[in-house]
Design a protein around this ligand. Structure first.
Ligand code: OGA
Ligand code: NI
Length: 262
């Protein structure tokens, strides 16, 4: 984990010409480096640089720093194994068979994306955001950071600082866990604030279904519970494309697939 944070720091400090060329329009390119979230669509940028790399089912990696490839390969495998264990427990907690979620959402070809975030010191932090409030699209995001705080999560309408323990992995629930569980698990609303002293680096590993899976609330769950599905089915790829193509805005993408009861 420490080596991943160090190598990410090295990446962001490379001369610009050694970083991958970035087209803000291609939101599903396997290797992307840029500023803010979607600078092609935003009027105001976030105080953040990012590197996004699709690492599963196909492994991609920038060429530099050279140490990145081996580390990333190991890190993505280990975090995928951890997610597998979490997902089996979650499946059982919903009263489903242990491998139900793995099978239904085709996790053998799950989409896993490395997101390295770099938040430099900001001279007027109260006027800026590292990342605006949003929820992550996948099932689980595993987040690690250097010892500079900045992540906040919303609970019962209030924002709380996440004071992550050293060497810990923070597990955030994502939109597709909310959809699959028919709202029994909620995706967590979170944001990153910035400070005027230290550079913050975080590494988020998003773990989703396979890109071509059409996700809906688990039919077995809905049947067992005798309830109605609360979300419309949507292909993960379409969901991702739509979310990434718009400025980040709370849970607005999830609300578009939510069936409103009136
Ligand atoms: C993200 C994210 C928060 C952070 O990359 O999706 O929410 O603490 N990052 O950097
Ligand atoms: Ni996030």
């Amino acid at each position: 984990m420490r080596a991943m944070l160090d190598v990410s720091n090295e990446f962001f400090n490379l001369p610009e010409e050694e970083k991958p060329k970035f087209e803000p329009k291609d939101v599903l390119e396997p290797v992307r480096y840029g500023t803010s979230f979607n600078s092609a669509k935003e009027k105001v940028f976030c105080w953040r640089d990012f590197l996004k790399v699709f690492v599963h089912p196909e492994f991609h990696c920038p060429h530099k720093p050279t140490a990145l490839r081996e580390l990333l390969l190991e890190y993505c495998e280990k975090t995928r194994n951890l997610v597998r264990k979490l997902v089996r427990g979650i499946s059982e907690s919903l009263g489903l068979e242990e491998y139900e979620l793995v099978k239904t959402l085709n996790l053998d070809s799950s989409l896993q994306i490395l997101i390295a975030n770099y938040y430099p010191p900001c001279p007027q932090p109260q006027l800026a955001l590292g990342m605006p409030p949003h929820s992550d699209h996948g099932l689980f995001t595993l987040l690690i950071e250097n010892q500079v705080g900045g992540l906040q999560i919303q609970h019962k309408g209030e924002w709380f600082n996440v004071n992550a323990l050293p060497n810990s992995i923070l597990v955030n629930t994502g939109d597709h866990l909310e959809i699959f569980s028919n709202g029994k698990y909620k995706s967590v609303l979170h944001k990153a604030i910035v400070n005027n002293k230290n550079t913050r680096i975080s590494i988020a590993m998003t773990n989703g279904p396979s890109l071509n899976t059409i996700v809906s609330p688990s039919s077995k769950l809905v049947e067992n519970e005798g309830c109605e599905p609360a979300y419309i089915p949507m292909k993960y790829k379409d969901y991702l494309f739509s979310q990434q193509n718009n400025p980040l805005n709370g849970k607005s993408m999830l609300n578009r697939v939510k069936i409103q009861n009136n």
